[in-house]
Design a binder for this molecule. Structure first.
Ligand SMILES: Nc1ncnc2c1ncn2[C@@H]1O[C@H](COP(=O)(O)OP(=O)(O)OP(=O)(O)O)[C@@H](O)[C@H]1O
Ligand SMILES: [Mg+2]
Length: 256
């Protein structure tokens, strides 16, 4: 589905993403984790076309797409959510999703079809389809759901979810994780999920990529990554042992 080769993104003299290479297979849920400022959102921004790569290549379904603008990436089947939701606040929830469906479709569609796709996405995400339901009533979890509904309304093949569930409580995080799993299982959408909290993510991902200071320091199954000494040292920090045990337990429990 996606092949990233030696991707680098510099901001002036600062290298935010430094020569990372990875592949994502169709139908996978891949976690992209790393401490604050490690380059996760920048990686998404380059993949989604917000920034052109400084160097390196990106290909989507075998076609070179590095440097294409966001609307073209979306039309080719790559949708993303933003870490900080920015909905059109004066429009209803349904109108927000309908706009995304209309302008993000891979081929021109009617307004009626856009509305149908928006309703479908809102149903999948469990948000109200009522045309009068307002964005203002949504809390942090609801706004993240709306981001997801807007992305899904474009009917993507590959979804980049910049979740960073920090603002959510434990049960909301759990629900967000299960929702991503459902999107993959029911719709066959390939997902890359950015998160800096490891626990909840480790339960649903197939594979994990770990960034630190813009470099890809590890990749593997959740259990492999959680036991990688470099990940433990740079990502989990001083209380590494107990966190490693905790993540290991969660992965083991999930496997059982
Ligand atoms: N537009 C920009 N201009 C300059 N520097 C930037 C820009 N965007 C990101 N950076 C810097 O690049 C580095 C990586 O930032 P990025 O937002 O990708 O991190 P992140 O892994 O998503 O972090 P977080 O977990 O806090 O969301 C940071 O040092 C950040 O300050
Ligand atoms: Mg980020």
């Amino acid at each position: 589905m996606l092949v990233v080769n030696q991707l680098t993104k510099k901001f002036g003299g600062f290298t935010a993403v430094n020569g990372i290479s990875f592949e994502v297979k169709r139908g996978e849920i891949v976690g992209l984790i790393g401490p604050n400022g490690s380059g996760k959102s920048t990686t998404f921004n380059v993949l989604a076309g917000l920034y052109a790569p400084t160097t390196g290549t990106v290909s989507l379904e075998g076609q070179s797409v590095g440097g294409l603008p966001p609307y073209q990436m979306c039309q080719r089947g790559l949708a993303r959510t933003f870490q900080i939701p920015r909905p059109f606040r004066k429009l209803s929830i349904l109108e927000n999703a309908t706009l995304a469906a209309y302008y993000g479709a891979s081929e021109p569609i009617t307004r009626g079809e856009a509305l149908r796709r928006a309703e479908d996405a809102l149903t999948l995400i469990d948000l109200p389809r009522d045309p009068l339901a307002k964005v203002d009533g949504l809390g942090a979890a609801g706004l993240k759901k709306l981001e997801m509904a807007r992305a899904l309304a474009t009917q993507p093949k590959l979804l980049l979810a910049d979740e960073s569930l920090g603002g959510l409580d434990e049960s909301e995080m759990e629900q967000a994780a299960l929702m991503l799993k459902r999107i993959r299982d029911e719709r066959g959408i390939t997902i890359i999920w950015v998160e800096h909290i490891m626990g909840v993510l480790m339960k649903v991902i197939d594979r994990c990529l770990v960034l630190d200071h813009g470099e890809l320091i590890a990749q593997g199954t959740p259990s492999e990554v959680a036991h990688d000494p470099r990940v433990v040292e740079v990502y989990l920090g001083t209380d590494a042992h107990s966190v490693q045990q905790q993540v290991g337990r969660e992965v083991a429990a999930e496997g059982a």
